[in-house]
Design a binder for this molecule. Structure first.
Ligand code: AKG
Length: 515
């Protein structure tokens, strides 16, 4: 187990202390004048699956304020849940009990942008879409894109190592994040907000506040592992995907790629799932450098997206005989060149002796481009409108996507749970190019019976493929117990030691990532 120290609840005297340096509007507490309903959006996740009982939400405006809050909480042993847009799917951003919630929502300024290098430095609480709009006029885009872009925060994206729809083209945040500013669990500020593309020196800036710094302790720790110290540990990588358990990300330096000059997309209807792999090979070969997304939705996911008004429904003729769909996007430098390539691909696919697809619908306008994307991006929303979703974000070999979905459906049927009063749908969609399947099970309600039928069943399938139980959504509160299905004892042991080293009192997002 990771550290579990005795924790303290927020008291009136703590609020009095916070009032000394926070504006009144930055403090929301039922201990003083807030109504419990005011805290509901912070205490509950958007799926209605995870619920906390925090009495207090603080919304600092500066890194210094964050540092003061954390330093106080460290001394008082008050556990903290850092919260961004609260759009996560694994219960990582809501309290498990009555921890203090530290919302980054008021830290929402762009600190700098260099239109030549494309390097953006922004507060952690900036909304992803706002940043996209900010860099857009400079002909840049954010290196990540996801369905929750209208409300998720860049700090939360980095803290969860979010993947999304552009990973195929621009890689993971471990590559595009150049620097971070992090408030450590004792209140010190680790300033690694570099805007350098290359930096092999390891830790550079450090603002010491107390005697023994976590950095010193980290170096001693690595020394104890007989790894050469000062050889350039890239400390920021520790915080990418740590889900706020090692510190609070307050600012992010990120490389934004140039906007593509031309983007197109097409939805391809496939008669069998078996065609997805050969199709992916063909598309990669024919589109090569302009391919920017290859997204999969099965027929159930498509039907739900259409039922709940997400994007443009294809005609009956276009979907006839389709078992699943693939959305292909191209992003390139010259519209006529890219269109020619895409048209050639379609012609080649449709005229083959044994066609891999039954139909292809090419977007003809920016509005159609968006509405084809909405069919794929809108699945999550459609699922939430249909019922309560059990979500498994897994990495498994691409060839097994359908097997995993089918086996789960059969398993639920064998338990007598596949009917209108229990599980209504089992569906799969996701990022083919990244080997990332989103397995969703939609039921009328969250029940222990369904939960027990799904776990460890799903995790055992994932482990049988040596896959990952968390591809891009994080571990949160949902998967702490399931970590051993994807990480061995050595890896988990090391994670616990790092947690112990940086957060000896266990105040940072307790019960998340590690049990
Ligand atoms: C996606 O649509 O790519 C997601 O990450 C959401 C998956 C889900 O809602 O299960």
């Amino acid at each position: 187990r990771a550290t579990r120290c005795a924790h303290t609840r927020v008291q009136h005297s703590d609020i009095d202390h916070f009032r000394q340096f926070l504006q009144p509007s930055s403090i929301l507490s039922t201990l003083t004048d807030a109504a419990p309903a005011d805290l509901e959006p912070f205490n509950n996740d958007w799926m209605g699956k995870y619920h906390g009982q925090a009495t207090t939400v603080l919304k600092p405006r500066t890194t210094e304020e964050v540092a003061k809050i954390v330093s106080w909480c460290s001394q008082r042993r008050i556990p903290i849940v850092p919260q961004g847009g609260n759009t996560g799917l694994v219960g990582g951003s809501v309290p498990l009990r009555d921890e203090l919630i530290l919302s980054l929502a008021n830290m929402n300024k762009v600190r700098s942008f260099d239109p030549v290098s494309g390097i953006l430095v922004a507060d952690a609480g900036c909304i992803l879409q706002t940043l996209t709009d900010y860099v857009g006029p400079h002909n840049h885009i954010m290196p990540l894109d996801l369905g929750a872009k209208g409300s998720c925060h860049i700090g939360g994206n980095v803290a969860t190592n979010a993947g999304g729809l552009r990973l195929l083209r621009y890689g993971s945040l471990h590559g595009s994040v150049l620097g971070l500013e992090v408030v450590l669990p004792d209140g010190q500020v680790l300033d690694q907000l570099t805007t350098l593309r290359k930096d092999n020196t390891g830790p550079r800036h450090f603002l010491p506040v107390h005697d023994t710094s976590p950095l010193e302790r980290t170096l001693v720790f690595f020394k104890s592992l007989t790894i050469k110290p000062y050889s350039g540990y890239d400390l920021k990588q520790l915080f990418i995907g740590a889900e706020g358990t090692l510190g609070i990300i307050t600012a992010v330096s990120i490389l934004t790629p140039p906007s593509p000059q031309a983007s197109n997309n097409v939805i391809l209807a496939l008669p069998h799932f078996d065609n997805v792999l050969p199709l992916y090979k063909t598309v990669k070969r024919d589109l090569s450098e302009i391919l920017s997304a290859f997204e999969f939705i099965d027929r159930t996911a498509y039907n739900l997206a259409v039922k709940h008004g997400q994007g443009r429904a294809l005609s009956d003729e276009e979907v006839e005989g389709a078992q699943c769909f693939v959305l292909v996007e191209t992003s390139g430098g010259r519209r006529d060149h890219d269109e020619e390539k895409l048209n050639d691909l379609l012609e080649h696919l449709l005229s083959a002796e044994q066609p891999l697809i039954t139909n292809g619908v090419l977007s003809q306008s920016p509005a159609q481009f968006s509405s084809l994307w909405a069919l794929r991006e809108g699945v999550t929303e459609a699922v939430s409108k249909e019922g309560k979703a059990y979500k498994y974000d897994i990495s498994v070999p691409l060839s097994s996507f359908k097997i995993v979905v089918d086996k789960t459906r059969e398993h639920l049927a064998s338990k007598g749970l596949l009917h209108d009063k229990a599980v209504k749908h089992v569906l799969g969609y996701g990022h083919v190019g990244d080997g990332n399947l989103h397995l969703n099970i939609i039921a009328d309600a969250y029940t222990q019976e369904i939960q027990d039928a799904l776990e460890p069943f799903v995790y055992e399938i994932v482990a049988s493929y040596r896959g990952s139980i968390s591809a891009e959504h994080g571990i949160g509160a949902m998967k702490t117990h399931a970590l051993p299905y994807s990480k061995n004892d050595v890896a988990i042991g090391l994670m616990k030691q790092i947690k112990q080293l940086l957060d000896p009192h266990g105040i940072m997002n307790p019960g998340k990532v590690l049990e």
